[in-house]
Design a protein around this ligand. Structure first.
Ligand SMILES: O=c1ccn([C@H]2C[C@H](O)[C@@H](CO)O2)c(=O)[nH]1
Ligand SMILES: [Zn+2]
Length: 299
């Protein structure tokens, strides 16, 4: 298993360790537990789904990158497919705190990028902050998503976010996780096409400034991220952060990005370009060159 899991793994109940070991040892373990694996783990441990997710939280929290706070937050998003997705907070040295990714955003975006279309429950090791509650209120599950925390009764987002402000207040019907295709033509090389494809699936109903990012990692793999806007604007997740979430879940070091492409419309109201370049530079990636910078998606 990846070394970041070993310490948390060794503190898990023995039966859970035994059932988990082959899954974590698989070379293709990328922070997802498929529905059949979840069932298998429940059978082996006798835990119900909620208790199992709580027991697994220390593993998700092991994926945290928190050089500023040293505060590791782990989350598990549970989709209607039955698949579970790990998430963890990510902080970036030499960048503003605003670039931080919260564990809940990580787990939700992880699920979204892997094609999950609705979430039922999110399990987190700390009470979700206001920013995360607002981020979750963008989901197509609305305030019904179940929120499970250690030592607390399960409640819904509605309980944690009463009198919520959300997309409906701006007369927006689109919701996060409902599949969309903005129809921009794919063009350019593989990385550019991946970025455009991500922009096509981005959630930007407030600005229509669709955007996507594609990163080529040290191992040569491509990771894409979609922009996820929020009705309250500030909790929006930039496309670079989404791609970094996937990269982190794939055990790839964030400081090993070889090349990055941002796809966005030149005529859009908003631009991710400068913020993306700055955060990439903070990660030591300067291959956000002008020629690859603006893989302009053409409708
Ligand atoms: O709901 C929360 C609250 C905080 N954090 C992270 C953000 C930051 O990295 C650290 C300190 O706030 O904890 C989360 O991931 N989720
Ligand atoms: Zn938060």
């Amino acid at each position: 298993m990846h070394p970041r899991f070993t310490s948390a793994f060794s503190a898990l109940p023995l039966r859970l360790q035994q059932a988990l070991q082959p899954l974590l040892d698989a070379a293709d373990f990328h922070g997802v537990l498929h529905a059949n694996e979840v069932t298998q783990l429940q059978q082996a441990t006798g835990l119900d789904a909620d208790a199992l997710a709580l027991a697994l939280l220390p593993l998700a929290a092991s994926c945290a990158i928190a050089p500023v706070s040293n505060f590791n937050v782990g989350a598990i998003a549970r989709g209607i497919s039955g698949n579970w997705y790990f998430g963890a907070n990510m902080e970036f040295r030499n960048a503003p705190l605003q670039q931080t990714v919260h564990a809940e955003q990580s787990a939700i975006t992880h699920a979204w990028l892997r094609g999950e279309t609705r979430l039922e429950t999110i399990t987190v090791n700390y009470t979700p902050c206001g920013h995360c509650r607002q981020f979750m209120n963008e989901l197509n599950s609305g305030t019904a998503i179940r929120v499970s925390l250690p030592g607390r009764a399960i409640r819904t987002l509605g309980d944690y976010l009463p009198d919520a402000f959300g997309p409906a207040d701006l007369n927006i019907a689109e919701r996060l996780l409902t599949p969309v295709d903005h129809g921009f033509a794919l063009q350019g090389d593989t990385l550019q096409q991946a970025a455009i494809e991500a922009a096509n699936q981005s959630h930007a109903p407030y600005s229509q400034s669709y955007s996507g990012v594609a990163l080529r990692s040290r191992s040569g793999q491509i990771f894409t991220g979609r922009y996820a806007e929020n009705a309250a604007f500030n909790p929006s997740l930039p496309p670079l952060q989404a791609a970094l979430i996937l990269m982190n879940m794939h055990n790839e070091a964030l400081d090993g990005i070889q090349q990055a492409v941002l796809a966005e419309c030149q005529t859009a109201t908003l631009s991710q370009r400068d913020a993306t370049r700055a955060t990439l530079a903070a990660l030591g990636c300067h291959a956000f060159a002008t020629e690859t910078l603006s893989a302009i998606a053409v409708k």
